[in-house]
Design a protein around this ligand. Structure first.
Ligand code: PHE
Ligand code: ZN
Length: 877
């Protein structure tokens, strides 16, 4: 907690560390309320002013002792402050020993060493290690670690840390000791320990060079039989990384621990990944298909960090995307190979648009490599992660897969064991391919989503088709002037029969089907085009941009039916639906009648998709799902919350009513009759079946209630249960409470499943939702100290229920501000994440603007506010 004004940290001020640490020896005497940590550091001066003091980071530590080269120091030889230990006149090389006491049980921030249920665990990224011991807590200080854990044998039979378990000793008196050594030098943020009474599941993996690796997943007792999918995902990830990138695991042991209280998804600590239990535990009765897919991709993500993050790490936290963008790219590639590539791409683009685009157009917009922060925890963002992954993906597009692999190989050759920058990464890519990527690199430093406008002209006489491409990026905070970016656009021209025409052009910008847009304005002329073609542009969403085109409704319907690029087929439907909804919202907001007739052609296009036997069910489910209310809102000058909700609901009702027979047929055809399996194939059928059910029940009337309740009662897996329950939460009538109660009775002892029950009620669009949400904060299963619970209830309400969160009377904003203020004193990192939605206040009408601002002002005015919440709230105003 800071009462003085928080300091901004700047990339431009980077200085190499004054002291490096070669080796760390840590001893933990574990007690929930008083753990004593002894640290012996081998330090060596590597920079800074000659003779300058040795300054170590440390927060919330009770310092018991300091020794230099075995000699006890006392002030003024050293000094402590709120966040540092300073040793004056240090030798150029020294052994520093400190002993501190900490209180893990009181650690509600869940950063550093804390207690979750009864187990000890750690979270050190980004700056949690300084809450464990005094240390130069920055990623460019890499050391080898030897860790001794001592604790009660009955309470903590399992004691884990990074690397290899080199000894175990009974200490007598009911205590024991375990020693772990990690041979790979690592930054402090990758340190981890876990101690507890845990169950374990074990498997093995043989690497391509023949190393036998023991794989273990540790969970709370009773969860052993819900680890199979995570273990299988881990094994598939290890194999995939060898096959795709030649990257092999480097130790004989790999451990995963699932914990109930965790601020994020998971953490890639060297050989000891710590996971939010939600992303490990799964079986048919408790997990949805989406949960299985998340487990697969997050297990892979953390495993992939072993090379992209751990073996090569970040020089400083501005380079966070060096490891995160690259590792997200890798996990996306993995999932694409395991499942359907087009379906994965569509899902990733949906997520990018839902989270990254709004971030990039709002007050918190920042580049993939930010140049300033107050609290680094606030920069684990969709921009650093997902836009960062898009930038990596564009490099692969520019270099080709072989060229990209060569670049990655050179990157590891040059930088294995180092802490490096995004520049180093791009240099390896460029050098391995003999390419100049300096223009492309602007993607790292320029924030904002580029808008590309494409206009077309067909010259029937010359049989020539000309595209004019223009790019523009709007100003963002701190960047009023924007430069053109290198935007690779995959383009297709469809002929009258729906097939792709050959692309012939003398324009240098065209390279295969790829147009390199590098300037503000370029034209490309295609020759030999017999008739005016239909344009398909930014196929595969190869560049993370917003697009304006002169495509007609008929063009979009044509692309929906024929585009050879599945992503573009889906995208055409989204654009078409968005266009219709925008028009209806604008009409409604100005009191005019809409044009429901214009919607018939769209419904016909949806019918086409449903009946197209060449399409797989997972794709169809996505293609018939309308863009979200949030997405439509972003395309409008002012977000008309109520009108958008009404228009989207009406369009869903219309589609449901017009295509009743088709949806019934789709439900019947996609009923899964085999035993449940978490495969992409079954998941696709369930998705389509449930999308059809949602259309058939879109009016939430008595018939809908009956149909959904029937489906709920019949469901034998969590996916179908949740699909039915999400409809039932919207209806009025006895089915709603019957289903909610049945679910609660069955699952009240399973915290992870109850999270779904909270979230469903929080996102219901019914007018009484906020009062339900408030009542649910008093439910025995709710706990404000558990991040998953907060995200399920408060987070879901504020981030996934636009029509109720933005209620005209401001009640949603007041609730959020109250929750954030209460949470901030317990867990600032999670509190700050909750309040991001208020930052979009400029996008709403004047009344809502005022209400949202005053909620933000109330937060900023809290006398003892965390840096985390202060940064988000103050920048939002
Ligand atoms: N580095 C983690 C990941 O992306 C995320 C994380 C950040 C977890 C900070 C905890 C704290 O895999
Ligand atoms: Zn990561």
């Amino acid at each position: 907690m800071k009462t003085d004004l928080p300091q901004t940290v700047r990339l431009a001020d980077y200085e190499p560390p004054a002291f490096s640490v070669d080796a760390v020896d840590l001893t933990f005497d574990l007690e929930p309320q008083r753990t004593v940590v002894t640290a012996v550091l081998q330090l060596r001066r590597t920079g800074g002013a000659p003779g300058g003091p040795l300054v170590l980071d440390g927060e919330n530590l009770d310092l018991l002792e300091v020794l230099v080269n075995g000699k006890k120091l006392s002030p003024p030889a050293y000094e402590t402050s709120e966040d540092a230990l300073t040793v004056f006149d240090p030798p150029e090389a020294l052994t520093l020993e400190t002993r501190v006491a900490i209180n893990p049980k009181a650690n509600t921030r869940l950063e550093g060493l804390y207690v979750s249920n009864t187990m000890f665990c750690t979270q050190c990224e980004a700056e949690g290690f300084r809450r464990i011991t005094y240390f130069p807590d920055r990623p460019d200080v890499m050391a080898t670690y030897r860790v001794t854990l001592r604790g009660d044998k009955a309470a903590y039979p399992v004691m884990l840390s990074n690397g290899n378990n080199v000894s175990n000793t009974d200490l007598g008196g009911g205590r024991h000791e375990a020693v772990w050594e990690d041979p790979f030098p690592k930054p402090s943020y990758l340190f981890a320990l876990v101690a507890g009474d845990l169950a374990m599941v074990e498997d093995r993996f043989k690497t391509q060079s023949g190393r036998d690796v023991t794989l273990r997943i540790f969970v709370e007792h009773g969860n052993e039989d819900r680890c199979d999918y995570a273990m299988d995902s881990l094994i598939r990830s290890m194999r995939w990384d060898e096959e795709r990138f030649g990257l092999e695991y480097d130790l004989d042991i790999f451990n995963i621990v699932a914990v109930s209280d965790f601020n994020m998804g998971a953490m890639e600590n060297k050989s000891l990944n710590v996971f939010n239990a939600k992303y490990i535990l799964a079986d048919a009765s408790t997990a949805t298909d989406a949960d299985f897919a998340n487990i697969e991709s997050i297990v892979a993500h953390e495993y992939f960090h072993n090379w992209t993050g751990n073996r090569v790490t970040c020089r400083d936290w501005f380079q966070l995307s060096l490891k995160e963008g690259l590792t997200v790219f890798r996990d996306q590639e993995f999932s694409s190979d395991q499942r359907s590539r087009p379906v994965k791409r569509i899902q990733d683009v949906r997520a990018l648009r839902a989270r990254q685009f709004p971030e990039d157009s709002g007050p918190l917009s920042h580049p993939v490599r930010p140049d300033a922060y107050i609290e680094i925890n606030n920069f684990y963002t969709a921009t650093v992660y997902e836009k960062g992954a898009e930038v990596i993906g564009m490099m692969q597009t520019l270099l080709g897969q072989d060229g990209f692999n060569d670049g990655l190989r050179l990157y590891f050759e040059r930088h294995d064991g180092q802490a490096v920058t995004c520049d180093d990464f791009v240099a390896a890519m460029a050098d391995a391919n003999g390419k100049d990527l300096s223009h492309f690199k602007r993607w790292y430093s320029q924030s904002g989503t580029p808008e590309v406008t494409v206009t077309s002209a067909y010259d029937a006489g010359k049989k020539a088709y000309t595209l004019t491409l223009e790019q523009m990026t709007r100003p963002t905070p701190g960047q009023s002037e924007k430069q053109p970016l290198h935007i690779p656009l995959r383009i297709g021209l469809l002929g009258a029969n729906g097939g792709d025409l050959d692309l012939v052009s003398d324009s240098g910008a065209l390279d295969g089907g790829l147009v390199h847009l590098t300037e503000e304005r370029q034209t490309v002329t295609f020759t030999n085009i017999p008739d005016r073609p239909v344009l398909s542009v930014n196929r595969g969403f190869g560049a993370p941009i917003a697009l304006n085109t002169d495509q007609t409704d008929a063009d979009l319907a044509f692309l929906m039916a024929h585009d050879s690029d599945p992503f573009a087929r889906w995208e055409a439907g989204q654009q078409y639906a968005t266009r219709l909804m925008k028009a209806a919202v604008t009409a409604m907001a100005s009191g005019e009648a809409g044009d429901p007739k214009g919607q018939d052609a769209f419904v016909a296009a949806v019918k086409n998709i449903l009946e197209d036997n060449s399409l797989d069910p997972a794709f169809k489910a996505l293609a018939i799902t309308l863009p979200t209310e949030e997405f439509v809102g972003e395309q409008l000058p002012v977000v008309h919350v109520d009108e958008i909700h009404a228009v989207r609901a009406a369009l869903r009702r219309k589609i449901g009513a017009d295509l009743q027979a088709e949806f019934r047929a789709a439900m019947a055809a996609n009923e899964v009759r085999e035993p449940f399996a978490p495969t992409a194939e079954q998941a696709g059928r369930r998705a389509l079946r449930n999308a059809a059910l949602a259309y058939l029940t879109a009016d939430y009337g008595p018939e809908a209630a009956k149909l959904a309740k029937e489906s709920f009662d019949r469901a034998d897996n969590m996916t179908d249960t949740i699909a039915a329950l999400s409809i039932l939460t919207e209806v009025d009538g006895p089915e709603r409470s019957a289903a909610l109660e049945a679910f609660e009775t069955r699952w009240k002892d399973n915290a992870q499943v109850m999270d779904k029950w909270f979230a469903l009620q929080a996102v219901a669009s019914r007018p009484d939702t906020l009062s339900h949400v408030k009542a649910l904060t008093k439910h025995p299963c709710f706990d404000i100290r558990n991040p998953n619970k907060v995200r399920s209830l408060v987070g879901a309400f504020a981030m996934a229920n636009p029509v109720r969160f933005h209620a005209k009377d401001g009640s949603g904003y007041t609730f959020l501000a109250d929750s954030v203020i209460e949470l901030d004193s317990l867990n600032p990192q999670v509190a700050a994440r909750m309040l991001g939605t208020l930052g979009s206040w400029r996008r709403y009408d004047a009344d809502r603007q005022a209400l949202m601002r005053s909620a933000l002002e109330r937060i900023v005015a809290v006398p003892v506010l965390s840096k985390d919440s202060y940064e988000i709230a103050s920048k939002s105003l």
